[in-house]
Design a protein around this ligand. Sequence first.
Ligand code: NAP
Length: 197
Amino acid sequence: MKPFRAIAAMSENRVIGANNGIPWHIPDDFRWFKECTENQIVVLGRKTYDSLKKKPLPRRENWVLTHRDLFMFNPDPLIRTFRSLEKLEQTAEGQNNKQIWICGGAEIYKQYLPRCRDLFLTKIKRTVTGDRFFPEFENIFTEKKVLKETDEFKIVWYVNSAPKRITQDLIEASFPKDQENIEEKTIEQLAFSFFNI
Ligand SMILES: NC(=O)c1ccc[n+]([C@@H]2O[C@H](COP(=O)([O-])OP(=O)(O)OC[C@H]3O[C@@H](n4cnc5c(N)ncnc54)[C@H](OP(=O)(O)O)[C@@H]3O)[C@@H](O)[C@H]2O)c1
């Protein structure tokens, strides 16, 4: 089973969205998102996809979950649509060279978080008014490392620590230990080189 990663930003009161948009503007965090996901695959709910100012997200494969027939008359090579999580997972199995990033919104995080090996969560240090919230994740993820902290936000890397029977066997089958170490270095290098520019 291919390991997925989730990336998100939430306020102190767990808000992630308002009026189908993101209710803050933190350029450093947008750049972090871009740095992580460029040249990879981003998985988006249809409402989040609709909310993008520039779409599809450039230099990324945009996998959009929807029950609708979108893009039928306007196909774009960067976009694929999926009607179910199962279909998306089947297609993901063939993607050996690309990371799959679960990028929201709230409905998608809720369904996919238990399936993700890593969560990169930007914690915005304020309370915000909104209508979409990040789901409970504390029961399945444990903090691995703080990658960056400023007065405005903190980026925390969490790993899925759900009971072995649910994920660990599957993760180890597809991610041998030494590869996991390489992955860890890569994340740290990414954070280090990005935030020290
Ligand atoms: N702060 C952050 O990190 C962050 C990140 C991303 C998004 N957001 C915010 O989150 C909000 C949007 O979240 P949302 O919960 O309203 O919507 P969403 O999760 O982006 O999209 C929901 C839509 O996805 C489709 N969908 C969901 N589950 C599906 C499944 N199993 N199979 C097929 N299609 C499925 C449906 O589309 P159809 O109706 O077309 O069938 C559904 O209406 C916005 O405010 C956005 O800005 C915040």
